[in-house]
Design a protein around this ligand. Structure first.
Ligand code: NOJ
Length: 543
């Protein structure tokens, strides 16, 4: 059977604002990405996922699209994008775009028309609804806190829905024309040679009814808009009528997905893979995510293992643009390098398509010196305002709290290329978000390339190991009983069986399988005699 590239290659996520700024205006751009393609090739990357580069007023950094057929001038032009596709293709790197179709920007021409003219056909492109007894139409919430309804100016008692910010009105998937518009967008980019799409909040697009949701602290209403039967039907149609024709693929961002629902997405070929989020909540307080919860390795290992066992394939990640940096969350200050390497062994040994987020390969960390004035993330700003209002906490207090929990800016600081001005992100005077100062302490690509013991060198080794290992790429997954701080599992394909043992703690841990026999990967250089050092990880070939 022919293996599709998305099952055979590692995907690298680029957040275009922060990757590389070629014209020194403080904002990353397409030409910057082109200039670093050889770096990605040498890293062993086969596919790039680009966070949105479409024209946008940037209320949610591009996840609010004003024109799907235009490139945001801050990133370049359509010619630059075509050039990126060409240059990437020359290096045999494929490009995946972000598809944001649950909502558009409120500056999209469809929405502007819908708002200014109630009789226009575009009204039915969105979800407009009369209020109830002088109040919003229902009790649903926006994912970024507060109601998901915004009053239509100059109209009596009329609202529109936005599951995210009010600048991101939701599209109406009960309207056939909206689905046609999406098919046209897909075709437009597939014809250019794009290999697939990462589909933003794709299991929320269809709203079955607008009844009040049952009481919950967060996500009220989701029983009527998450993974609805018609959502499955629409995705299947997009696949059958468009995606398959081009041999392309879809990876879905699917919030609150369960193994049952995930398996439906896969079995019916609605999505080729999806992201689960259970493990990414392992250090979040369920009732109040802005409250810090102490990280325990077993709380990360358990959900990851559960998903490895529950579905035949999935998108596997530790970082993305919405999460704090993994080494800051799950690693250690004291054993910084060791823990980053251990996380790389864990990530790159799992079953599924591996996603690496820009900077993860050099061990980029969360900010330390950062103030409210520096904050850019719209979700954090909205959460701070709500928490101040409802919990009567001071702004500084909430800011401190979100900084240790949900602040998405942490992963969005400019990529650290070298130890010159602005970490080599650009050669100008400004950057759109502050550069993390620790680029001066050796956390940057250039310094790490010069250090054979660096995190970057280790990633390269691990990526190349995975790229050439059938067991890691296609093997079955089996957990092995171990100490609770250790992720221990087997990957097996035909005659090749690999045992992976990862210590995710700062303790020395005894394990009888940690022996000097058929060692293929070792994050340390010690002789193995039945004990793992703090954050040590090994891979052995076994019979
Ligand atoms: C998920 C994206 O990853 C996030 O960055 C964005 O804010 C929301 N979807 C809304 O589009």
């Amino acid at each position: 059977m022919k293996i599709p590239p998305y099952k055979d290659r590692i995907i690298y996520q680029i957040y275009p604002l922060s990757f590389k700024d070629s014209n020194n205006d403080g904002i990353g751009d397409i030409n910057g990405i082109i200039s670093e393609l050889p770096y990605l090739k040498s890293l062993g990357i086969g596919i790039i996922w680009l966070s949105p580069i479409y024209d946008s007023p940037m209320h949610d950094n591009g996840y609010d699209i004003r024109d799907y057929y235009k490139i945001n001038p801050m990133f370049g032009t359509m010619d630059d994008f075509d050039n990126l596709l060409k240059k990437a293709n020359e290096l045999d790197i494929k490009i995946v775009m972000d598809l944001v179709i649950n909502h558009t920007s409120n500056e999209h021409k469809w929405f502007k028309e819908a708002l200014s003219n109630p009789n226009s056909k575009y009204r039915n492109y969105y979800i407009f609804e009369k209020g109830k007894n002088g109040k919003v139409p229902n009790n649903w919430q926006s994912a970024f806190s507060g109601t998901c309804w915004e009053k239509v100016p100059n109209e009596d008692d009329m609202y529109y829905m936005h599951l995210y910010t009010k600048e991101q009105p939701d599209l109406n998937y009960k309207n056939e024309e909206v689905i046609k518009e999406v098919e046209n967008i897909l075709e437009f980019y597939l014809k250019k040679g794009v290999y697939g799409f990462r589909c933003d909040v794709i299991n929320q697009i269809y709203k079955t009814s607008l009844k009040n949701g049952k009481f919950r602290l967060f996500g009220r209403g989701k029983e009527y808009y998450e993974s609805q039967p018609m959502n499955h039907v629409i995705l299947k149609r997009l696949q059958d009528e468009v995606i398959k024709k081009y041999g392309a693929f879809l990876v879905g961002e699917t919030s609150n997905v369960t193994p049952e629902i995930g398996n439906i997405f896969l079995k019916n070929c609605e999505l080729d893979m999806f992201f689960e989020f259970e493990h990414s909540f392992c250090d979040e307080n369920k009732l109040l995510p802005i409250l810090k919860k102490k990280f325990k390795p077993k709380n990360l290992i358990k959900p990851i293992f559960k998903w490895q066992e529950s579905v035949p394939w999935l998108g596997v990640y530790l970082e993305n643009h919405d999460q704090r940096r993994s080494v800051s969350r799950y690693g250690s200050d004291k054993y910084y390098k060791e823990s980053a390497k251990a996380l790389s062994v864990f990530l790159l040994s799992l079953k599924g398509t591996i996603f690496i987020y820009e900077g993860e390969e050099i061990g980029m960390t969360d900010y330390k010196n950062y103030s409210y004035e520096d904050l850019n993330d719209c979700a954090s700003i909205s959460t701070i305002n709500t928490a101040m209002r409802l919990l009567h906490l001071s702004r500084d207090k909430v800011f401190k709290m979100i900084n240790e929990t949900i602040n998405r800016d942490h992963a969005r600081s400019p990529m650290q290329w070298d130890n010159t001005n602005n970490a080599g992100f650009n050669n100008g005077t400004k950057t759109w978000l502050k550069v993390n100062e620790n680029y001066k302490d050796g956390i940057n690509v250039k310094d790490e390339l010069n250090d054979p013991n660096s995190i970057l060198h280790f990633y390269k080794k691990m990526i190349s190991f995975r790229n050439s290992s059938e067991a890691l790429k296609f093997g079955e997954f089996n957990r092995v009983k171990s100490n609770k701080n250790v992720a221990k599992f087997i990957r097996k394909f035909n005659d090749s069986t690999l045992l992976i043992i990862v210590n995710l703690s700062s303790k020395n841990i005894k394990d009888k399988d940690v022996v000097d026999k058929n060692i293929l990967i070792n994050t340390e250089s010690n002789i193995l005699n039945g004990e793992l050092k703090p954050y040590q990880a090994i891979i052995r070939e076994i019979d």
